[in-house]
Design a protein around this ligand. Sequence first.
Ligand code: PMT
Length: 402
Amino acid sequence: MFLQNKNIVLGVTGGIAAYKCAELIRRLKEQGANVRVIMTDGAKAFITPLTLQAVSANPVSDSLLDPAAEAAMGHIELAKWADLLLIAPASANTLARMATGMADDLLMTTVLATPAPIAIAPAMNQQMWRAKATQNNVAVLNERGVAIWGPAQGEQACGDVGYGRMLEPNDIVAQVVAHFNTDQQQLLAGQHWLISAGPTREAIDPVRYISNHSSGKMGYAIAAAAHKLGAKVTIVSGPVALSTPSGCQRINVDSGQQMYDAVMEQVRCCDVFVGCAAVADYKVAHVSEQKIKKTDDNEQMSIQLVKNPDIVASVAKLTNKPFTVGFAAETQDVKNYAKGKLQRKNLDMIAANDVAKQGQGFNSDDNALMVFWSDGEQQLPLQNKQSLADALVLLIQQKMHG
Ligand code: PMT
């Protein structure tokens, strides 16, 4: 239970995603949090106060001028009680009202009165999210230190597709856990995480190589997320143009064989291995010592390739293997191929990404993952790689401990 005795005031505002709040409250309570709910009038059009009262096991507050509430838990008490004020879903109207400092209902008054950190999970139509006014409001809130979690991308209730979906309840809980752990606890203290990242380069001759489009962003984000939670982190990195996340150790390699050697040397003292690198499946059988010359009579040339050692599968074969997480980069039938790799490579978990989709996967700032383990799966929707990595690291931690 990662949120034992944490007091969370959940502000629910008007939007179709409000129906997911019952699930969100259950997940927060499962982690040990105490939850008190404030609903706006708009929220009550989508879900009843009675439902949220039943799942939170606390009376729901919805009125600023309620003598009964003021005698018990009025807005100032609620504001002081909170360790975190979380607004989910946060509508476009709510963002605008927060940005201008309105104080005309219970939620807005609590926003102004609370000394606690504030986080919002926006949810709205994708065009409304992209609107300049909304983006200005987000920038203002961001500057004031409000944490912005999401939104995720995907199909919306209105039929549009784009950014605007509220993060799934599990992903919001992961953010809440990360929030409290970065502030107060070192959840991964004492653990050593080994992470492979970036591409490999398989030499053809002294000036040419075979490689791929991996930038290392996903692997480095995982390293930063694990280090933020207190883990000792070593990155075995292919050639990338990124700086090393602060506090992490980095070992540079070029080829798949070098990556294999470095990982096998480091892995014995590790608790977790995450194979995020895009390792070339094949290397050149005979690397030419000199630059290969073009000749007039050769219209074609062939290069013989042989298999590289499979790093993640070798780690998973070790007797005292760490919790071993692979990635799967697929362009079709993502679920089946990923589940096949999970089994064949004897992994504890696999995170699959659809690298055929625009705006995610190789060399982009965003990504989405479908994560599988032996008896379960979870979707982590499209978001920036750092918040995705935060959620993945927490998921790994949860599954490591059953
Ligand atoms: O680096 P970015 O630009 O941020 O992009 C991120 C990413 C798309 C590279 C990343 O999210 C990702 O998918 N990494 C795995 C890429 C890959 O090689 O997938 P695969 O399906 O071919 O391999 C499956 C697993 O086996 C991976 O964990 C891979 O690291 C591992 N493998 C593969 C071959 C090999 N010889 N040794 C391995 O360990």
